[in-house]
Design a protein around this ligand. Structure first.
Ligand code: MF3
Ligand code: CO
Length: 249
């Protein structure tokens, strides 16, 4: 069931989203050559807890950390490790969230470590903009398929591909609520968007083909063709005046 949030609920959820956004910014600013993904994860966890919030990924279906940190050809769900150092030239996708006052925030971004290739820069820009295209399509009265199509069209017109095996989602008192928000689809299809709906839109974009595969660790998702991948996500609310981003620092 899709739960429309009241203004009182949205006020609390905005706090959870703000904490999530600040934690993401903190980690992004700490991305540099030599830092381990476990160090970045610890930064995020410490910050979220210092706000009186809970890292909502931790223990979610057994996930062992606060953040997912996925490098280069890793798409999503990379598990932080003290053996994994970030190198100059890497692109680093960080996905994390916080639960505060009973409500969830969820956001992601891909960061560059030092100088990166032109292809990597373009991939990051196109993925980020595809998120904003999706957000702009999240108008009251429109449908989920309108968001999906906006993301897909923007990405594919630029020669990249959207991951199909993972999707965005409703969010609220649960991190994952209905509806699913795919990054590919048909305009005019799917459920109608209504004021008070809160959703996480999260395009995962591959420089090569859209196929992905899960590693033997059971979590890390890689591109099948070894190409680079980027990921941007915001939690938003649909209002009478249009979409509003909630995960802003
Ligand atoms: N944040 C992811 C999503 O955007 C969920 C991560 S799964 C977890 O939906 F297990 F790592 F939490
Ligand atoms: Co999400």
């Amino acid at each position: 069931m899709i739960v429309l949030k009241t203004e009182r609920e949205l006020q609390i959820m905005r706090e959870a989203c703000k904490i999530s956004a600040k934690a993401l910014q903190l980690v992004g600013n700490a991305v540099e050559p030599g830092v381990t993904t476990a160090e970045l994860d610890a930064l995020a966890e410490k910050f979220i807890r210092s706000c009186g919030a809970i890292p909502n990924f931790k223990n979610y279906e057994g996930y062992p950390a606060t953040a997912c940190i996925s490098i280069n050809n890793e798409v999503i769900h990379g598990i932080p490790s003290n053996k994994r150092k970030i190198c100059a030239g890497d692109i680093v996708s960080v996905d994390l969230g916080a639960k505060f006052g009973g409500y969830h925030g969820d956001n992601a971004a891909t960061f560059a470590c030092g100088d990166i290739s032109e292809e990597a820069k373009r991939l990051m820009e196109v993925t980020k903009q595809s998120l904003y295209e999706g957000i702009a399509a999240a108008l009251p009265g429109s449908r989920i398929g309108d968001i999906s199509y906006a993301v897909q069209r923007y990405v594919e017109e630029r020669g990249f591909s959207v991951v199909r095996d993972f999707v965005g989602h409703g969010i609220g008192t649960e991190m994952h609520e209905p509806p699913e928000v795919p990054n590919f689809g048909t305009p005019g299809r799917g459920i109608r968007l209504l004021p008070g709906m809160t959703i996480a839109i999260e395009p995962m974009v591959n420089a090569g083909k859209h196929g992905v595969a899960v590693q033997p660790d059971g979590w890390t998702v890689l591109t099948r063709d070894g190409s680079l991948s980027a990921h941007f996500e915001h939690t938003i609310v649909i209002t009478r005046d249009g979409p509003k981003i909630m995960t802003e620092a």
